[in-house]
Design a binder for this molecule. Structure first.
Ligand code: AP5
Length: 216
């Protein structure tokens, strides 16, 4: 099964993808995580991506599509994938459709996690992640447990693109370049929407129901 999690920055795609991949056995593929891993490893791709990410701009389609298609061509992707943060443009969506078709596969469902801009600004302003493993927390909504520190350390870091100027630009980029995917997948009869302004547990339940309905 190939599933897309769609939604604005901070909607909770990453939070839901980690849990849903554990429950379903799908491979979680986040293009944002791939770029950040490349950056940590000091690759040319990572350094190129950083110049866009820090401003809240999208990394160019050709670079992003090449990276993602190479990843889904590996054997471990045959179990099915949960795409988080990809596609983000209509061009990326078309490239994914073509690549999956060549493998004899197709997108089963795209789930839009619906969250207002006000809530997103609150979430991204308080997001922190473990400096060692990258697990995501929120200073107020999902604080790290001081008694059971993640990876044995309490060191939490803030992403460079969670600064206020970058957040505003990411929301604009989402509206201009990514929101057209709502129409794209609606026309394909593959869009389901869940209310992202509930507890992470409740969003997860709705998401699993959407996946189950689409696998029948
Ligand atoms: P990426 O890493 O994909 O960032 P994003 O889409 O902006 O999404 P986020 O990771 O910010 O948010 P999320 O929806 O995963 O929310 P999260 O679960 O963390 O991309 C970063 C950059 O990389 C892009 O700007 C671009 O430059 C580049 N890039 C990546 N993919 C690309 C592509 N395909 N094409 C071109 N460029 C690309 O949750 C957010 C916070 O809210 C957390 O603190 C969390 O604890 C909290 N939270 C989550 N759920 C809830 C809830 N239900 N209630 C309360 N709090 C919650």
């Amino acid at each position: 099964m190939y599933v897309i999690l769609l939604g604005p920055p901070g909607a909770g795609k990453g939070t839901q993808a980690v849990q849903t991949a554990e429950r379903t056995g799908l491979l979680h593929l986040s293009t944002g995580d791939m770029f950040r891993e490349n950056l940590r490893n000091g690759t040319e791709l990572g350094n190129l991506a950083k110049t866009y990410m820090d401003k809240g701009e999208l990394v160019p389609d050709d670079v992003t599509i090449r990276m993602l298609l190479e990843r889904i061509g590996r054997d471990d992707a045959n179990v099915g994938c949960l795409f988080d943060g990809f596609p983000r443009t209509v061009e990326q969506a078309k490239a994914l459709d073509i690549a999956l078709k060549e493998q004899g596969n197709e997108i089963a469902v795209t789930v839009l996690i619906d969250v207002s801009n006000e809530e997103i600004t609150r979430r991204l302003g308080g997001r922190v992640s473990c400096a060692t493993c990258g697990s995501v927390f929120h200073e107020i909504f999902n604080p790290p447990d001081a008694n059971r520190p993640c990876c044995g350390t309490v060191k939490m870091i803030q992403r460079d693109d969670d600064k206020p100027e970058a957040i505003a630009n990411r929301l604009q980029v989402y509206a201009d370049q990514t929101e057209p995917l709502v129409a794209y997948y609606t026309q394909a009869g593959k869009l389901k929407t869940v209310n992202g302004e509930q507890s992470p547990e409740a969003v997860g339940v709705d998401l699993l129901s959407a996946l189950q309905e689409s696998s029948n």
